[in-house]
Design a protein around this ligand. Structure first.
Ligand code: 4AD
Ligand code: MG
Length: 432
């Protein structure tokens, strides 16, 4: 059987005859020659069909190909620096596989709603395919980082009996005779059990928030990676976060330079993403806001606009630590120097992309944790297993969660998270 050839590998086939399969991205004609732009998922290739080089039937097939028809083309590979992708094919044969009639997404401009309605087809555009390849490489970089450092991948359940990140954003479903179950908001509580068993773990999977917010930073279903490490304190957690983010960003901009070029992303700002990142306290963050004329009351959580002002002071991500405990989750340890503060850290991305990482040192004292669960009005019976982690050899430990779509969106320079995942789920949309 003939070996399958893909456009991205054409460098190996210069001067040889190959057969490629794909879809018609675009077509130009000038009299006796048809220029077919083949798209095969790995790239684009201009195929030249000269009337004199092929049979009448083949020329006719090339003539009738419409946008997104699938076809097979055979020909000689030539180097051509001026052509898209750097190669060209001198076609000797063209075979229609299946027609495409009135493809809805034409080369003209379409509104964003129309495009998301046709997300299943929009994915075929060069831009969307480039974003998805970058997403894939980002996932690989994330996994490589942890795998190479002795972390064990630890898969938490998706159906859970209790909340992790507050009760206001839970998706609820009936679970047989056991009452309600909720789609997980975070794998963290389970990752803590994993860290006590395996030392260093990370979870990586879909998480859910019934977010009522209609912002460009919120999805209802998003992917999160969450490392959790026994014996790490808040400073260790920040060290890990900056080393991790530097690795991911530097790897992706190096490995995916071609796709970032398709997106016309200016990567000079991403090149700055190197440790050490500035570390400022929440109180220092408020000073920055005050200097910029924002009247901010101590005790509130930072909003997107506040994050943008703070992060615009720096040329790389900034880590904001020690938030008021009131606005943070029940499991966070308090600062021994100031009970009002949680040993939390948020990492804010530059260029207005806001919070991409949220993390903390965890409360490791049994009695304090029980009182926090009560203060948050959480049902203690569902946390009994979690409390066991403090009953049997409790140790200081920390971790964080990085939102994959926010990270991809920042790396790609997107306006909205909806393009950073194949099929986005938002408050007003669950199709296609
Ligand atoms: O700050 P969050 O809520 O933290 C947690 O869930 C912790 N349990 C993580 C941990 O310590 N293991 O969420 C972490 C990150 C955010 O910084 C953001 O990047 C992303 O998850 N995120 C969202 N991304 C898209 N849409 C949403 N609705 C998101 N909510 C959070
Ligand atoms: Mg957060």
């Amino acid at each position: 059987m003939a070996q399958k050839v893909y456009i991205k590998d054409l460098a190996e086939y210069v001067g040889k005859e190959v057969t490629l399969k794909g879809w018609l991205h675009n077509k130009r004609s000038s009299g006796k020659v048809k220029f077919l732009i083949l798209r095969d998922g790995s790239g684009l290739l201009q195929c030249i069909v000269f009337k004199g080089n092929v049979t009448e039937e083949v020329f006719d097939t090339a003539d009738k190909l419409t946008q997104e028809s699938s076809f097979e083309v055979t020909g000689l590979v030539k180097e051509e620096p001026r052509a898209v992708g750097g190669y060209e094919l001198d076609a000797t044969d063209v075979k229609l596989i299946a027609p495409s009639v009135d493809y809805p997404i034409t080369p003209k401009e379409h509104g964003i709603e129309f495009l998301i309605d046709h997300r299943h087809l929009w994915l075929r555009s060069q831009r969307q395919a480039a974003i998805l390849r970058i997403r894939h490489r980002t996932i690989k970089a994330i996994r490589d980082f942890f795998d190479d450092r002795g972390f064990v991948l630890f898969d938490p359940p998706i159906l859970t009996p209790n909340a992790c990140e507050g009760t206001s954003t839970l998706f609820e479903t009936e679970y047989f005779d056991l009452g309600p179950a909720y789609l997980t908001q975070s794998g963290q509580l389970y990752a803590e059990a994993g860290a006590m068993a395996l030392g260093k773990v990370y979870t990586f999977g879909p998480t859910f928030r019934a977010e009522k917010s209609k912002t460009r930073r919120h999805l209802t279903e998003f992917w999160m990676v969450e490392p959790e490490v026994a014996f790490n304190d808040l400073d260790d957690n920040m060290d890990l976060a900056e080393e991790f983010l530097e690795y991911v960003v530097q790897t992706v901009i190096k490995e995916k330079a071609d796709d970032l070029k398709i997106l016309e992303r200016d990567v000079t700002k991403l090149e700055n993403v190197k440790h050490p990142f500035p570390r400022i306290s929440y109180d220092e963050g408020l000073e920055i806001l005050k200097k910029n004329g924002v009247d901010f009351e101590w005790g509130n959580d930072l909003g997107g606009a506040d994050e943008t002002i703070i992060s615009s002071q720096y040329d790389r991500p900034v880590m904001v630590h020690r938030y008021p405990a009131e606005v943070k989750a029940f499991y966070m340890k308090r600062d021994p120097k100031n009970e009002k503060l949680a040993l939390a850290v948020d990492v804010l991305a530059p260029e207005g992309y806001g919070e991409i990482i949220g993390g903390s040192q965890r409360e490791d004292d049994l009695d304090l944790l029980i009182s926090r669960i009560k203060e948050h009005n959480l049902p203690q019976e569902f946390f009994d297993w979690y409390l066991d982690l403090r009953r049997y050899g409790s140790v200081p430990h920390s971790g964080f969660g990085l939102g994959l779509e926010r990270t991809v969106s920042w790396i790609c320079g997107l306006d909205h998270l909806r393009e950073a995942i194949p099929f986005p789920r938002m408050i007003y949309r669950n199709t296609p």
